[in-house]
Design a protein around this ligand. Structure first.
Ligand code: AMP
Ligand code: ZN
Length: 118
């Protein structure tokens, strides 16, 4: 996907604050952080969202979760972090290149979602 912003970031065509890179995975800080530490882990392969994931992506998506803790620790998140994957319109996805948000900081990040009043 030549015009996808996260493909461009993963290719180094758009600058980013890199956290990690290997042959399959790229991680970089969110430009509009929602917590003191907020970065995203993306596959270099363009997968639009979890809706488009298929069994051929199993190893790649598994690797992203397996390295998440190590990358979080590398950013000082030694006591835990929040992991978010937004999918589609209902999930509030803005960028249609699958990405895993990692959020944390010195204080707890707060409730998972604001519950609506009954
Ligand atoms: P989502 O709503 O899960 O699709 O999240 C997309 C995220 O990408 C948002 O948190 C944006 O702040 C972030 N974002 C958009 N453009 C950039 C960029 N050029 N560099 C870093 N983060 C970005
Ligand atoms: Zn892409």
């Amino acid at each position: 996907m030549s015009d996808c912003i996260f493909c461009k970031i993963a290719r180094g065509e758009i600058p980013s604050k890199k956290v990690y890179e290997d042959e399959e995975i790229f991680a970089f800080h969110d430009i509009n952080p929602a917590a003191p530490v907020h970065f995203m882990i993306v596959p270099k392969l363009h997968i639009a969202s979890l809706m488009e994931a298929d069994p051929s992506h199993q190893m790649l998506l598994g690797r992203i979760l397996v390295i998440a803790g190590e990358l979080a620790r590398s950013q000082g998140l030694n006591e835990g972090f929040r992991t978010i994957i937004n999918t589609g319109r209902i999930g509030g996805q803005e960028v249609y290149h699958l990405h895993v948000h990692i959020l944390g900081g010195p204080e707890p990040v707060g409730p998972m979602l604001q519950r609506k009043a009954p």
